[in-house]
Design a protein. Structure first.
Length: 303
């Protein structure tokens, strides 16, 4: 395990590798984002991005088909899209759609285009879509009563459509859906409605008794959909739903209890392993066994 130290002048809130695992973006309460080139156990600072007026909570790399593009979310209520051109990083766009801290940014699966979901403490979610003419299409809507802490996209391919042979599976592909978690203790699922030209609430998942700090939709293309949620109530919940034809999915929950607040949840690229990190400075990895039960397979403790 490689440990990187003294990257920022204040607390680091997020660290994300790009698609190829060669670039590392970190963000901090020092209001900066740093881009590192990673090779083996060595790392080299490429650039320091300055533009936010408050702590930067999260960063997200776009798919490389769109170029070297990074989005950042900050306490200052702004989302900045950064782009590298000819080896130089600069601002591609800046969005001030929220009245409070923007807590989370995540790019949608590349099949859906250059689409970014942003979650804010004002309770709203904004969806930013980059158009071919260089403009941005923006949708902003109320998602949670108190505040929205995280958002995560569903796979672009509908559950089970890869393994189905019927023609209806083709029509269900490339659906825009995402999940959000809020300070109202709720997890909500949203889908794009062409008729309403906006995102509509599809389901409300109740199970937490305190703020939902993070949500993550597993990138699996199997007939089952998996969503993980992390909460201040010292639990993580794994929500599972089977593909149900044209009807609404019925979500089942499995609660994982911890000794301290749970901050983040993250799925493996194959969607079969879940990493959970909490206030006890531990990261636990969970996998589903053949009986459908979730087992702890690994524990990593921070230094």
């Amino acid at each position: 395990m490689t440990q990187l130290t003294n990257l920022h002048d204040d607390m680091i809130h997020d660290a994300v590798l790009d698609y190829y695992g060669r670039r590392l973006a970190t963000c901090s309460s020092d209001r900066t984002i740093k881009i590192y080139e990673v090779e083996g156990e060595t790392h080299r600072l490429i650039d320091t991005l300055k533009g936010h007026d408050g702590p930067v909570w999260q960063v997200s790399w776009a798919h490389p088909k769109f170029g070297n593009i990074l989005a950042s979310a900050s306490y200052d209520g702004r989302v900045i899209i950064w782009q590298e051109k000819n080896g130089v990083w600069g601002k591609l766009a800046e969005h001030a759609n929220h009245q409070a801290s923007v807590n989370s940014v995540q790019w949608a699966p590349h099949e859906l285009g250059a689409v970014l979901a942003c979650a804010s403490s004002d309770g709203k979610v904004s969806i930013l879509e980059y158009k071919e003419d260089g403009s941005w299409d923006t949708k902003v809507f109320q998602a949670h009563a108190i505040g929205c802490n995280a958002a995560s996209w569903a796979p672009a391919t509908a559950p089970g459509s890869i393994v189905q042979t019927s023609g209806s599976a083709q029509n269900a592909s490339n659906v825009r859906r995402f999940v959000s978690g809020g300070s109202d203790n709720l997890v909500k699922i949203w889908h794009w409605s062409p008729e309403h030209n906006n995102y509509l609430e599809e389901a409300v998942l109740e199970g937490h008794s305190d703020w939902v700090r993070d949500v993550a939709w597993a990138p699996s293309i199997l007939p089952k959909s998996y969503i993980a949620s992390a909460s201040q109530d010292k639990s993580a919940i794994i929500w599972t739903a089977s593909s149900n034809g044209d009807g609404p999915q019925q979500w089942q929950k499995k609660v994982l209890q911890f000794d301290s607040v749970v901050w983040r949840v993250s799925w493996s690229l194959s969607g079969n392993a879940l990493a959970v990190s909490g206030g006890d400075n531990k990261v636990t990895v969970w996998k589903e066994n053949l009986k459908g039960e979730w087992e702890k397979t690994r524990v990593e403790e921070s230094v």
